[in-house]
Design a protein. Structure first.
Length: 184
């Protein structure tokens, strides 16, 4: 029964529709701050990558095509959320930094009350099991596409998440190198 094509398709639909509902709930929360879930994801990725935030690294982390993330970054640059600069040595390398306005948007995106409320339906053990199952599906999906999944975030094992103090260090590094106004 569980190996039938209909069951697999229904399970896939359940995953997609659940994600869609969760994204809508998340967007309601972000609307209060005038940002989108996509901008929030990009800003979080830039913050996590720090000085390694390049067009290609951001696309890889978000599993998006270069042209898609390029268009998103162009919109975000026009909104004043990020700055793009070409590398001085490698002209085809584009670095991305967060502006003061982008940082404010990032901070608002850190508020995740609806997401936390939704995830509270699961015990810690269930969350861990769900993580491992989703990671397994992601690995198989990447293999089906013929792509490596070595640098994906979040990692396949939650034990590989950097501790919060290390994540904050990366964020401080981005801020200190980004804006003289924030170093005082």
């Amino acid at each position: 029964m569980t190996d039938s094509a209909n069951y697999n398709f229904a399970l896939w639909q359940l995953l997609l529709r659940t994600l869609s509902i969760m994204k809508k709930a998340r967007q309601v929360e972000l609307n209060e701050f005038g940002t989108s879930s996509r901008n929030s994801a990009v800003l979080s990725t830039i913050m996590r990558l720090g000085e390694e935030a390049t067009l290609s690294n951001i696309a890889e982390q978000l599993t998006l095509e270069i042209h898609s993330i390029s268009a998103q970054l162009t919109r975000m640059e026009k909104e004043g959320l990020i700055e793009k600069t070409k590398d001085r040595k490698k002209k085809n390398l584009m670095h991305v930094r967060i502006t003061d306005k982008g940082y404010e948007s990032f901070i608002h995106g850190m508020k995740r009350e609806k997401l936390n409320s939704i995830m509270s339906a699961l015990t810690d053990e269930e969350k861990h099991s769900l993580w491992m199952i989703i990671a397994k599906i992601r690995e198989k999906s990447m293999a089906e596409l013929g792509k490596e999944s070595k640098n994906l975030y979040p990692p396949s094992d939650p034990a590989d998440l950097p501790p919060p103090s290390q994540q904050e260090g990366t964020m401080q590094s981005v801020l200190l190198h980004k804006s003289p106004s924030r170093t005082s």
